[in-house]
Design a protein around this ligand. Sequence first.
Ligand SMILES: [Zn+2]
Length: 192
Amino acid sequence: MMLYAQVHLTLPVWVQDAVDAGRAYPTDQDKVALAIELSRRNIDAGTGGPFGAAVFGPDERIVAAGVNVVLPQHTSLAHAENMAYMLAQQRLQRARLNRNEAGEQDGRYTLATSSQPCCQCYGATVWAGVDRLLIGARAEDVTALTEFDEGPLPADWVGELNRRGIEVVRDIARDNACAVLRDYGTLGGARY
Ligand SMILES: [Zn+2]
């Protein structure tokens, strides 16, 4: 028997065309709008759950994008935020996005996500090396509009991130993010 020794995760091919890697996304609204657009396209294409995310660098341009590919990639970790973090870290060849090889702060990085991170993406956010977390829908929206379980979070989850130097901004285009969740919840068919 041969043990598996490698993990390979890929985004759906349509993401390349959905994202303009050359443009800047200067405002919080611009960044979350892209995350929501990715979540919408992911359900339209049938390539995963209704979640999108993207990491932005100091120049406000995209470092990496992510969508939920849990079922097609057979990986419970493959949430949108985790995909964006892992792809950004691989692109920059840094385990902490905002730290250089000497461990010094080197640029400010932002994650924008269509919905509040679940418990595993929350944990990933603590160590990913981002300075800002921008969120569309709330966890209560996710559980009200879909059958997804967001998992347990610390009671003061925003404060825990703040104490680690991560600013949290919520309810950005919340209605637009909820519309995607609602459409997915009423599809009733394939579940990702
Ligand atoms: Zn998650």
